[in-house]
Ligand binder design. Structure first.
Ligand SMILES: [Fe+2]
Length: 327
């Protein structure tokens, strides 16, 4: 049965990323972030944060990047609605089972080439494990809001937002205008469910540039409380991982978090206390715009002129590279 809306029937379930340095991810994921690690082979790791068998999957590859976002769909009716919307727009979808599904901890999944050629995969049920994960934080918040959120810089923001809105009924929570030297950013925060945002899309005002080293800027995991954020921040620093932004508090979802560079080229944001959006709340009028991403903190650490030049170079070279659009 096709549904009118799949809002609240979609949540982030797993992420697959690639790295050229699998040993660095063992140290980063296991020791610094404190996730439960399972080594699946010389080229494959998976991490747990709750009863799910696999949440974050790391594969050895030629590049450091995200590969896939896995979306958990609440039921077969919602999946049918999503698949029919994709078919109406002539988007190719492949059903996959077997080894690739095993790697993701699911029995089967439906896959398409998403915006920026990030694979978007959908599944109905994931395998669980009875034993509790061995994690350093006191807990991860993977409730109705799902595993994480992703922040994606886009040179085609209308298409990118259209994809998430038209296929998954993503709703806009709010926007932030952020000024960084030489550039003004507009970030649109969209949600699949009560989590304030599952997908945030950032665009440069004026000429559209994408200066990020990976296809997403960051993925964010949410932990139980602020002590877990501070503990991870201290472990990341002690192990020499580069802190992109120190601990701070966001203006819109009020999350307290820090950002650290992962061995997959994108940042991991470690956060707590992000608000949930109840549509009855009047705090979320359509079109609310915040100025600046942070109430306090989130200061760059150890960022030098070489980082600024590298970012500018990537931004300029992105102008000559078309960004893949689904439709
Ligand atoms: Fe974030």
């Amino acid at each position: 049965m096709k549904l009118n809306t799949v809002y609240d029937k979609v949540k982030t379930g797993y992420v697959v990323a690639t790295t050229t340095d699998i040993d660095d991810w063992k140290r980063f994921g296991g020791e610094a972030l404190g996730l439960h690690m399972d080594v699946r082979g010389p080229d494959l790791l998976s991490f747990r944060v709750d009863d799910r068998e696999r949440r974050l999957i790391i594969r050895k590859g030629e590049t450091n990047d995200i590969a896939t976002i896995g979306l958990e769909i609440a039921n077969e009716d919602a999946l049918e609605t999503i698949l029919s919307r994709l078919k109406e727009r002539s988007v190719d979808v492949t059903e996959v089972a077997g080894k690739e599904a095993d790697i993701r901890g699911v029995d089967r999944f439906w896959k398409l080439v998403g915006p920026k050629k990030i694979a978007v995969e959908m599944f109905l049920t994931a395998r669980t494990i009875a034993t509790a994960p061995e994690i350093k934080p006191s807990g991860f918040k993977v409730d109705e809001g799902g595993l994480c959120h992703l922040a994606i810089t886009s040179r085609e923001p209308a298409s990118m937002l259209g994809f998430w809105r038209e296929i998954f009924d993503a709703r806009t929570s709010d926007q932030i205008v952020e000024k960084v030297p030489g550039v003004e950013l507009l970030i649109t925060f969209t949600r699949f469910n009560e989590r304030h945002h599952s997908i945030a899309v950032a665009e440069t005002k004026g000429m559209k540039m994408d200066p990020m080293p990976a296809r997403i800027h960051h993925m964010a995991l949410e932990v139980a409380d602020v002590h877990d954020v501070i503990g991870a921040y201290e472990r990341c620093r002690a192990l020499g991982y580069k802190i992109s932004m120190s601990i701070g508090r966001h203006t819109n979802d009020h999350a307290i978090s820090f950002y650290v560079q992962s061995p997959s080229g994108f940042d991991v944001e470690f956060s707590c206390d992000g608000i949930r959006v109840n549509d009855a709340l009047e705090d979320f009028p359509e079109g609310k715009v915040h100025h600046g991403i942070s109430e306090w903190g989130h200061l760059p650490e150890g960022r030098g002129i070489r980082d600024e030049i590298a970012q500018l170079r990537r931004g300029v070279s992105s102008l000559f590279r078309p960004e893949y659009k689904v439709f």
